[in-house]
Design a protein around this ligand. Structure first.
Ligand code: BTN
Length: 239
């Protein structure tokens, strides 16, 4: 693993994408000053001060796209949850890859692929973590959010947190690429806060409502619709 620190950048994902040729496999681009962060579904990821983490993991597993790559966000999600647990909190996963503590978002993941002439040049796993964000700043966000500092009452050392997280990520990464979602299914399910609840999932401009029944062996959400119809969802956002 290589750590690549940038003093200030608009978006670590954008930087990683633009410099994909020069960044080697398993490089982590990170900053504490991200001025124009991007979120999923064209949303923004607000800058919440320099005491938080804004980072992108650059991965170059192979030039052909494999199904397991789309599960990498779920792998990172489990690793994030396990790292939060080291601080004595109880994180819950909101499918596919949000982490919440006490029903408030604490981190977000944005995965992007760089494909050129039909070949996969790299995968970028971007993540933002609210470590020491103050309540006044979080209150300005458009959804309930929290930080590890608020949840523990302690000042969190961001360098130590990042090192713990990345050590966990790379410990099992190669095995995960070989095995796929099944390697983490149990760990994922243990923390899945949405199962056996009635939920609505937004998939582009469509919304499906029903009972969140299960997670399949490849990480998809099995939803039983109001009409008793089964939906296997690979992408979407729980509303
Ligand atoms: C989301 O929940 O919508 C995903 C947010 C991902 C934010 C991170 S911060 C570091 C990296 N660079 C970006 O521009 N976005 C990701």
């Amino acid at each position: 693993m290589n750590l690549f620190y940038i003093e200030e950048v608009d978006s670590t994902n954008k930087y990683a994408k633009e410099h994909i040729q020069d960044l080697s496999d398993k490089t982590v681009v990170y900053t504490f000053n991200q001025t124009s962060g991007r979120g999923r579904l064209d949303r923004k990821w607000a800058y919440l001060g320099k005491d938080n983490i804004y980072a992108s993991i650059v991965l170059k597993p192979s030039e052909d796209m494999r199904e397991v790559y789309s599960n990498l966000t779920q792998y990172l999600c489990v690793v994030l949850a396990q790292t939060f647990e080291e601080y004595g909190v109880i994180p819950k996963i909101k499918w596919p890859n949000d982490i919440q503590i006490n029903s408030k978002k604490i981190s977000g993941i944005l995965a992007e692929g760089v494909i050129e002439q039909g070949k996969l040049k790299g995968l970028i796993l971007g993540f933002g973590i609210n470590l020491n964000t103050k309540k006044e700043l979080l209150d300005k966000i458009d959804q309930p959010a929290t930080s590890l500092n608020i949840e523990t009452g302690k000042i969190i050392d961001k360098e130590i947190f990042l090192k713990k997280l990345l050590a966990r990520f790379f410990l099992m990464y190669d095995k995960f690429i070989e095995t796929g979602f099944l390697l983490i299914k149990e760990e994922y399910l243990k923390r899945a806060g949405f199962l056996n609840k009635n939920i609505s999932v937004k998939i582009f401009d469509k919304t499906i409502s029903g009972l969140a029944k299960d997670i399949t062996d490849n990480g998809a959400l099995r939803l039983i619709g109001k009409d008793n119809q089964e939906h296997i969802l690979l992408i979407g956002d729980i509303l």
